[in-house]
Design a binder for this molecule. Structure first.
Ligand SMILES: [Zn+2]
Length: 91
């Protein structure tokens, strides 16, 4: 069974479950009986982990409305692995 989306002028979007390939361009609205036209959407063929959905939503929200940094981050002093690097001339 596949969930097809239809749009009723009075009720808005309604979902109708039918066998794959059995969708028609119009169906009677299951709520009010008026004519509802099919809306073509992306297929929902995979289940996505809830954590991934929340991460994608957060990333999308951050891209459009990023959080403001409230304080400036001080630059870190360079760390040298070898003690003789500290004796090299500095600019
Ligand atoms: Zn309706």
């Amino acid at each position: 069974m596949v969930t097809y989306q239809y749009r009723c002028a009075a009720c808005g979007d309604v979902d109708v479950r039918r066998p794959m390939g059995a969708a028609t361009s119009h169906v009677p609205c299951p709520r009010c009986g008026a004519d509802a036209r099919r809306v073509y959407t992306s297929p929902r063929t995979r289940l996505v982990a809830p954590g991934l959905v929340s991460a994608l939503d957060t990333a999308g929200a951050s891209a459009e409305n990023p959080q403001v940094v409230r304080r400036e981050v001080a630059p870190r002093a360079p760390r040298h692995a070898h003690p003789l690097h500290a004796r090299l001339p500095r600019p």
